[in-house]
Every structure is written in C-alpha cells, then in structure tokens.
Design a protein around this ligand. Structure first.
Ligand SMILES: Nc1ncnc2c1ncn2[C@@H]1O[C@H](COP(=O)(O)OP(=O)(O)OP(=O)(O)O)[C@@H](O)[C@H]1O
Ligand SMILES: [Mg+2]
Length: 506
C-alpha cells in the first residue's frame, strides 16, 4: 500500500458526563494497516473514546481525522460511511432474530435480505474463517459465536477500520488464536484494527502499537517489542501484575452442592448436559474447563433452576432442589455471577442501588417485613461500591453509565453479599482490569476460607487453574476428565478441552 496517511487521528478529545470527565485531551494516531491496542484501567475511558470514534457519542472538544480528512461524526452511519465499524464490549444483537436478519438489519440495500445476503455472509465467513451460519437463531449461540457474528456484521458493511472492544474477554485460548489469525488476514488486506483488552499478554502478542490511557487521558505510547506485560500494567495502574493462586487448601469433607447423574435436554432432544455427577464441598472451588458451548451454560441454568433437569438429582446442603424456583434457590444461599451480565445480571436503566436489590428482593438488607428497605439497600450498595472499588460518581446513577469492568465489580459484590453457601461464578473477572481482578480473587479466597463452595467457570485458563482446588473438563455436555490444578499447564488443559487428549492429566 502506498498510503502513508494515518487511518485515524484523535486530537485533544474531551468528553464529560455528569460528575465524570470520561476523556480529556486524548491524542492518538493509528497507522493504517496495523493493530493498535488501547489499554487502561476499568473506567479509564477506552469505550467512551471508541464510541466517539464510532459516532455514538459527541466529543465536547477535539478533532477526529479519518484517512487524513477531518470527520464530523454525528452517528454510527457517518462512521460507517467512512469505513469505521465497531464490535462493542457488550453485544448488540437481537436474540430473537436469525444471524442473517441481524447482519442485514439496517443494511438491506447492500445485498438485499435473501439469497444475495446469505451468499455474501457465507463468503465473508469463509474468507476470514468465522464459521458463521446465517440461519441460526442468535439466542441459540454462545458468546464466542455471537462475537463472530458481530465481526461479520461490521465487515458486511464494508468496514476498513475495525474497533474491537474487549473481543477476547469471552474467548478461550484456541479461539483467541483463531481471532488473532483473522486479524492478521485483515491487516494483510490493508484493514486497520483498534483493539482493547485487559489481557496484556495478548496485547503484546497482537499489537503493532500500544496507547495507555489513565483516568481519561493518554499517558504513554509503548512499543510491544520493548515493553513487558508487567511494565504495561505499571503504566496503567502503577502496580504489579497479580498471580491467581489459592495458597493453602481449605477444602472440607462437607458437601454443599451434589449433582448425581443430571441430564438436561434442549428442544431437539439432544442431551446438552449428559449424566453429570459432581460434589463441591465447603471451602472448595471446583473449576469447570471447557470450550464455550459444551454445556457449561446449561449446567449452570440447571443448578439455578432456570432450565429443568430431565433426570438426576441436585442437592444443596442435602436438600433436593427439584421443584424449587430460582428465587427459592437464591434464598437458600446460592450466589450467581452470570455469564452475560447484561442479559441476566443487571437492569441497565435502573440506579445502582436498585440493582443491588435485583435477585435479592426478599432478603436483608433489602427488605423490612414485606417492604423493600430503601435505606438498607442504599447503605449496602455504598458498602459494595467501597469494598469492591466500583468507580462511580454515586449509587443513584444508572448501571449503564458504569464502565463494563465496574458493572462486573458491582455484580460480584452483590452476589458475594449475604454469606452465600454456594457461588456459581461464570467468568467472574471478565472485563476487569488486572488490579481489580486481584481484588476479586482476594474476596473469593477469603470467602472460601470461611466455607464458601464455588463452581467456577472461566475462559481465562490462568484464572481457572490458579483458583481451582479441583478441575473438571466438560465436553459435549459430559464431564470427560479431571486435571490437577497444581501441575497442569494452560496448553495441556486446552487440549483436554478440545478433546485432543482424553482422560486425566495428573
Ligand atoms: N453514558 C454515560 N453516562 C455517564 N457516565 C458514563 C457514561 N459512559 C461512561 N461513563 C463514565 O465514563 C468513564 C469512562 O467509562 P468507559 O466505559 O469509557 O471506561 P473503560 O475504559 O471502557 O472501562 P472498562 O475497562 O471497565 O470497560 C467512567 O467513569 C464511566 O462511569
Ligand atoms: Mg469499556
């Protein structure tokens, strides 16, 4: 390519929200045909900046240039017209529509809504190895597959500059490698990628250039060939990289959750959870490793009573859970950090203190007698904000005004409240920065030492290995192997997860 113009130049960008300066005086130059990473703590202002570049938010000050031309972006369609596409931190697909309908929605004039569109989707999917099937319903897809649909949707609209906001947070290592291979292909064809991630090792692997944002402003540029993950973390937060480890065992022989031969079938009669038996004891963290879509979500939903088990028994502290509602199970002492914080974890338009009550509306400190105890709920929300370092101007702002990582911290704090006996934790530190991740691990360790039993599901294999006392591998709905977290490596675990190696690794 002969062009030497930068793909994107952001100069002097400032954006204020009530009580918060999300961006101030940001300066970034993104060279064309490169992967440019942006890193920074939760709430540093990364997503806000990207929404500005995508025309979703108007900056209060500053200029944007795209391919050397000043761009005044009033809406995403202005950005799309300039070849900018964005895959959001939280997916924006409509659940009840098919992949094709989602991709075509709003872009009907490109290739119509029928055969032409279907052909084009297949073409793009093949070209970048995305494995997207146009006629699947989005609600049936796991997070990894949804993400590939989002990427395809952006490419379908002809994007040449792709913004990916935490694309790897939801992926297992093999999928991350696939995505990075896709990014190489995009780059080779001259596309530019702006990439946001909290996983600094990945940033170093994939990025050609790195910009560090701290408290709303650009503080450093780093060369991925010269800087280490540790140095990058220091630039971001001024602290060292934490390591997830449990130290001494606190596992007892008192069972908290027992599952015996539990089977769950989907609408087509396929066993999505297939004869699963497991026991989690007081003080034990049991990690489930698996490529997303192998029954983890259904396993969790069966325990929570959101999906009926066809056969088998699930007990909490000796009590059979069958026939008990999700609410009743929660009242019996089950905390739940859901996989998708927007679908199951938060009411985005409600204030933080109301979100504190969500799922806990029948229990102290949220009720007095039969009435919601506003003051109690508010006080306890203040406590969570404090203990879990939720960065927010207050508890009356709506949940959607928090940054993604701060939403996650709020959910973790809520679900750890009220001394649960069992915590179902699906990706508990997803989207959380390295400092806050260490803090969440500390909270988990402390609760475990006091007897909490945890079912941990995580795509972050370092977290899974580091935090689990016991590791089981799920493949096509079955528990197929056991691994010793003291000795197994992420690579070995990855092979077990894909079924490349069968059985146990000790
Ligand atoms: N719509 C909004 N209304 C009010 N405040 C907002 C809004 N969007 C973002 N903010 C605030 O702006 C700041 C930056 O948020 P942003 O989402 O850009 O952070 P981030 O760097 O993407 O963090 P994370 O890593 O957690 O996703 C935060 O303090 C956030 O609370
Ligand atoms: Mg963000």
């Amino acid at each position: 390519m002969s062009t030497t113009e930068p793909a994107v130049e952001l100069h002097g960008i400032t954006k204020r929200f009530p009580g918060v300066v999300a961006n101030h005086d940001i300066d970034i130059t993104v060279a064309a045909g490169t992967v440019h990473a942006i890193v920074g703590e939760n709430g540093a202002g990364k997503s806000t900046l990207m929404k500005i570049l995508y025309g979703m938010q108007r900056p209060d000050e500053g200029t944007i240039k795209v391919n050397g031309e000043v761009a005044d972006l009033h809406s995403p369609s202005d950005a799309i017209a300039r070849g900018i596409g964005m895959v959001h931190q939280h997916f924006m697909l409509a659940d009840n529509l098919t992949v094709l309908e989602n991709v075509v929605l709003g872009a009907e004039r490109l290739h119509g809504i029928g055969g032409g569109a279907r052909r084009r989707i297949r073409e793009i999917s093949d070209q970048y190895g995305l494995g997207v099937e146009p006629d699947r319903l989005v609600e049936d897809l796991g997070v990894g597959a949804r993400q590939r649909v989002e990427i395809l949707k952006v490419l379908y609209r002809g994007a040449r500059i792709l913004i990916l906001d935490e694309p790897t947070a939801v992926l297992v290592p093999q999928e991350v490698d696939e995505l990075f291979a896709n990014l190489e292909d995009l780059k080779r064809e001259g596309l530019t990628v702006i990439f946001i991630s909290h996983k600094l090792d990945e940033v170093l692997k994939v990025a050609d250039a790195i910009t560090v944002i701290r408290r709303g402003t650009t503080v450093a540029s780093a060369d991925p060939k010269e800087v280490s993950a540790r140095q990058l973390a220091e630039l971001m937060v001024g602290s060292e990289l934490p390591v997830p480890e449990l130290r001494e065992s606190t596992v007892t022989d008192v069972p908290v959750l027992t599952m015996e031969n539990v089977t769950v079938r989907d609408a087509t009669g396929r066993a999505v959870v297939d004869g699963v038996s497991l026991t989690i004891h007081e003080g034990e963290i049991l990690g489930i490793a698996g490529v997303e879509g192998n029954g983890q979500a259904e396993l969790v939903e069966a325990i929570m009573g959101m999906l009926p088990a066809e056969s088998g028994v699930i007990r909490l502290g000796g009590e059979d859970l069958s026939g008990r509602s999700t609410r009743r199970r929660r009242e019996m002492g089950v905390g739940f950090i859901p996989e998708d914080r927007h679908r199951h974890g938060l009411l985005l338009e409600s204030p933080l203190w109301e979100n504190r009550v969500l799922g806990h509306q029948t229990r102290s400190p949220n009720v007095k007698g039969i009435l919601i105890d506003r003051a109690g709920a508010r006080r306890d929300t203040e406590r969570i904000v404090e203990e879990y370092d939720v960065r927010t101007p207050g508890i009356d702002v709506s949940a959607d005004s928090l940054s993604g990582g701060n939403q996650q911290k709020l959910i973790v704090g809520r679900e750890m409240s009220g001394n649960p006996k069992l915590l179902i934790a699906a990706h508990p530190t997803r989207g959380v920065d390295v400092g806050a991740q260490a803090a969440i691990w500390d909270h988990l360790r402390r609760a475990r030492a006091e007897g909490l039993a945890v079912l941990l599901i995580s795509a972050d294999l370092d977290e899974l290995i580091g935090m689990s006392d016991t590791l089981r591998v799920i493949l096509r709905g079955r528990l197929v192997g056991e691994a010793d977290p003291a000795t197994i490596t992420p690579d070995e675990l990855g092979s077990l997860m894909t079924g490349a190696a069968e059985g146990s690794v000790a």
